[in-house]
Write a protein that binds this ligand. Sequence first.
Ligand code: DAH
Length: 341
Amino acid sequence: MLEKLENLKTEADNAIAASANAEKLREVEVEFLGRKGKLTEILRELKNLPAEEKGKVGKASNELKIEIEAKIAAKAGELENSRFEKLAGEEWIDPTQPGIAARRGTLHPLTQFIREAEKVFTGMGFTIASGPQIEDDFHNFTALNIPADHPARDAQDTLFLADEEGKLLRTQTSSVQIRWMEERKPPFRIVAPGRVFRKDDFDASHSPMFHQLEGLVVDREISLANMKAVMEEAVKQLIAPEAKFRFRTSYFPFVEPGLEMDMSCTICGGKGCSVCKRTGWIEIVGCGLVHPNVLRNVEIDSAKWSGFAFGFGIDRMVMLRHGIKDLRLLFDNDLRFLRQF
Ligand code: DAH
């Protein structure tokens, strides 16, 4: 009987050593230690043995059982390790390799400019306002004192919505002035950056969609001096600290007097070049004192309140700031261009 155990031990050792994977090992375990396993059978036969043999064989069988269990556990650990080693060989990573760099985008130069402008103006006590891009005639034209026969109201210049009677794509952010004043009582200072649309060609200096930043201040005893101070400070901070300015009279129906502010050419320093058409000056902002009719249209007493308004052409300013020669570059979404900012 002891000899049989000895053989069984050798047999188990070989079977365990030959197990190539966890499944095979599990079969070996069943073969020797399972309910109908080879060792289990010997243990079951113990009771039939004569008393003096029973003790010896019983002890040896139990020892063998413990030994086989331990060997199976050790083999299982070995198999698990080699499985991981194999995996590590197959799914190999080189931690010293440089990673795939995440490509970081940048804000569009127009967005950068708008954000900076918002910072500059909020720093001067302005609130940021906005209005819809789809407007109606009243907010875009009538309330702004734009007469019925004004060329801007012509279908040649304005994009009207075919399927919505009376609706159009706003041609100017000045409409936000009206929307703001309809809802509130003065005093206020606002800036409203946004998109505007005109029926226009798309070339180096025109686009049917572009950007403006509207400004409006309404308060007591507002004069051109207040306007000049605010606008010069803003343009210095946003484009060129060394810039010089001049104002020329102009005409916009919603301001009186209406003016245009010119800035000394940042490209040639005022000497005259192709950008400033040899004049040394670049026209940048329309502005003026809010027309009493506009205040009246939104039920603000023009005897008590006065104000100034201005409209920046943002695309133009961004071009000046970065020396961009073609407006289309701002809308082409060419990453080679955009990555430079
Ligand atoms: N809305 C004008 C335009 O689109 C720009 C402008 C001029 C705005 C004078 C103003 C202003 O607020 O006072 O050409």
